[in-house]
Ligand binder design. Structure first.
Ligand code: AMP
Length: 295
């Protein structure tokens, strides 16, 4: 595995590989799969790397804690960083090139361009809670990374479901020549979605956090059994989470493509949750499928 810090080194390490190379005159030498992350690698990230490793000749991992997508400075400051450990895990996972740029490489002095995905996709859920700037930060850094790496495919987790939709929209709208692959959420044995933030939970808070996937599974079960009314499900969930000391920011039932709020659960629906356990903010989502669903 080669670790590079600049886009120039990255291009040199990739040689002729990648989607743009034939256009720019280089001889294509295999496909490139790309996994962008903010580091603090866990099994969720590794599942993305395995999917990329299985499908491509070259696998690129980026580790960049992107300051522009954090709405709380303290969250950015406290974000877990351990590049040595990450590099070992990346190497074991078969990564060929680790791109770990400094902030100044991505945002050099004078940087003032922003990529902004408009419309409902970025207004609701995380957009409403964290402010518009969050998805502008994501869209801008993902655009820069895709242009730098020029992968054939880029791998994103369904764990950040809204982000996955935003990235798909961005790539379609700009006509970027990359395939976006969504990967299933990797979970702890009790169902908690793996997240770099989980390490900040005390043992006692970690226990209570397990209520989030349990409540979501109960809702999924009731929808599978034919429940179509949202409010009774929401009330039962709010009660169970409240009892566990989990502070709900949103518990939303939305259209899986548009994120529009749905009126009932007769069609497949995404359940999206954001909640705080002590001072740690966690998000999760899952598909709710009514009986007799063809999709
Ligand atoms: P992050 O480092 O949190 O920015 O995440 C980098 C990528 O890993 C994103 O595409 C995330 O959606 C994905 N990811 C994070 N946690 C998980 C998980 N538990 N399962 C699957 N993918 C994940």
């Amino acid at each position: 595995m080669r670790t590079v810090r600049t886009v120039a080194e990255l291009r040199e390490a990739l040689g002729g590989a990648g989607s743009g190379s034939a256009l720019s005159g280089g001889a294509p030498s295999g496909t490139v799969g790309f996994v962008p992350t903010m580091g603090a690698l866990h099994e969720g990230h590794l599942s993305l790397l395995r999917a990329a490793r299985a499908a491509h000749d070259t696998v690129v991992l980026s580790i960049f804690v992107n300051p522009t997508q954090f709405n709380e400075q303290s969250d950015f400051d406290r974000y877990a960083r351990d590049e040595g450990r990450d590099a070992r895990l990346a190497e074991e996972a078969g990564v060929d090139v680790l791109f770990a740029p400094e902030v100044s490489e991505i945002y050099p002095e004078g940087f003032c361009t922003s990529v902004s995905v408009g419309g409902r996709l970025t207004e609701v859920l995380e957009g409403a809670e964290r402010g518009r700037g969050h998805f502008d930060g994501v869209a801008t850094v993902v655009s820069k990374l895709l242009i730098a790496v020029r992968p054939d495919a880029a791998y994103f987790g369904e764990k950040d479901y809204q982000q996955l939709l935003v990235v798909r929209r961005l790539v379609a709208d700009l006509g970027l020549p990359v395939r976006i692959v969504g990967c299933p959420t990797s979970r702890e044995p009790d169902g908690l979605a793996r997240s770099s933030r989980n390490v900040r939970l005390s043992a006692e808070a970690r226990e209570r956090a397990g209520t989030i996937p349990r409540v979501m599974a109960e809702i999924a079960e009731r929808v599978r059994a034919g429940a179509e009314e949202i409010e009774p499900l929401r009330a039962a969930a709010a009660e169970a989470l409240g009892r566990a000391g989990v502070e709900v920011e949103y518990l939303a039932f939305v259209d899986p493509d548009t994120l529009e709020t749905v009126a009932d659960l007769a069609a497949p629906t995404r359940l999206a949750v954001a909640a705080r356990v002590d001072d740690v903010r966690l998000i999760d989502n899952r598909l709710l499928t009514p009986p007799d669903t063809k999709r």
